[in-house]
Design a protein. Structure first.
Length: 185
């Protein structure tokens, strides 16, 4: 699979950059996320680098006939009707696994948003893991995760780090890229 994923990425003109996670558990934040093509590119990237990356999806997606395939691709079904919510369910998954890397898009959708959702941030703080800054840059045709940060707990300072890092990354549909800020409380 690694060889095939490398070949497909190369033939499509994509280059990958990768710095391994600093430990056995992490939250990997992918921004910007504006296209259906982001998912297959992410699957190729993780296959290319032999990464066992998980991703969260609504449990209603994990029905026959796709259930086994989505689980094989790293899907983690999230029951949105549970009182524990996504963060609680993923925190349980972190606790139950020796190695666990979950990929989350902070926008939560491919559509334009005026803010990021805080789930990835709260999860990383709750379970005490680093955040990988991952990207799919259609401008340079680069995909990767090459920086890992430990959240400071100061949302404004951490958001500034994210803004600076992602300033030169171009979405497939730049007009749909969500603003790098959290919703005012």
């Amino acid at each position: 699979m690694r060889w095939l994923a490398s070949l497909v990425l190369r033939l499509a003109g994509w280059r990958s950059v990768y710095a391994p996670p600093p430990g056995p558990k992490s939250v990997i934040m992918v921004y910007p996320h504006t296209s259906n093509w982001d998912f297959p590119l992410g699957v190729l990237f993780s296959s290319r680098h032999r990464l066992n990356i998980k991703w969260a999806g609504k449990d209603t997606l994990f029905r026959w006939p796709l259930r086994r395939f989505l689980l094989w691709l790293g899907g983690v079904p999230i029951n949105r009707r549970e009182r524990t919510g996504m963060i609680g369910q993923l925190a349980d998954a972190f606790a139950q696994n020796e190695s666990f890397h979950i990929c989350i898009t902070p926008e939560g959708t491919r559509a334009k948003t005026d803010h990021w959702k805080t789930g990835f941030y709260r999860l990383a703080q709750q379970v005490g893991v680093p955040v990988g800054l991952a990207f799919i840059d259609y401008g340079s045709k680069r995909i990767g995760v090459d920086r890992w940060v430990t959240l400071s707990g100061n949302e404004d300072a951490d958001l500034q780090v994210f803004r600076e890092y992602y300033a030169d990354k171009i979405a497939h549909y730049p007009e749909k890229a969500g603003d790098i800020r959290f919703k005012a409380r």
